[in-house]
Design a protein around this ligand. Sequence first.
Ligand SMILES: [Zn+2]
Ligand SMILES: [Zn+2]
Length: 262
Amino acid sequence: MNSKDCVLVDTHAHLNDSKYARDLEAVQARAREAGVDAIVCPGIDFTSSRQAVQLAQASPRIYAAVGIHPHDAAGVAPRAWEGLRILAQNDQVMALGEMGFDFYRNLSPREVQEDVFRRQLQLAGEFNLPVIIHDRAAHRETLAVLKDFPGLPGVVLHCFSGGLRMAEECLARGYYLGIAGPVTFSKSEELAGVVKNAPLDRLLLETDCPYLAPQPWRGKRNEPSYLTAVAEAVSRIKGISPARVAAVTTANACRFFRLPVT
Ligand SMILES: [Zn+2]
Ligand SMILES: [Zn+2]
């Protein structure tokens, strides 16, 4: 993909992960070189949320989201809530998340996951911020909880893994679908069907790095510059030019996260 005419936004990149501790600057330089102009960095607990905010304060095109991942729900100290509330008021915080359910690994008890999920949705409503949702093997439960919070300014199901019917329900509710590396895998017909059917103006592109590197880097450490492979897969599936995928999904990201347009 030609970086000169295609500007992309990586809407979900864990640059606050320790896997980038040694070479974050090089990772950011490669992202810029690939045309990935802006990056949204989510938190998974209080500490990583604070790191996301610090990163965003240090780099003009990195934006933060603050939140508690369902894996970390059981370990939330009561004072972390006050900390999260203070972080959320930062100018560089564009969303709350990631938050949600993970019934695949179940690292926190389900009822604790739900409580922590609901508290964050409430906070998002209070601060009028969009939310980044993590849903793994909990599609029905995720939709049920979200139904109780209809007034949020934006909802994205990041690294969308639901089927066609769930995608339809999400789109009908006005949610966005986050499309990540799995769209480049050969055995992802269901996700390809979701991408084909969804309106382009409801898709957000993401790497979810350091996880889920797209082909041809599958199995390696992922990074924002690889987002071009996700955009190319979407362009192939929808039969439209990579430039159009870039233009529309970047506009989507700017609208969803209220990013300043350059
Ligand atoms: Zn996630
Ligand atoms: Zn994530």
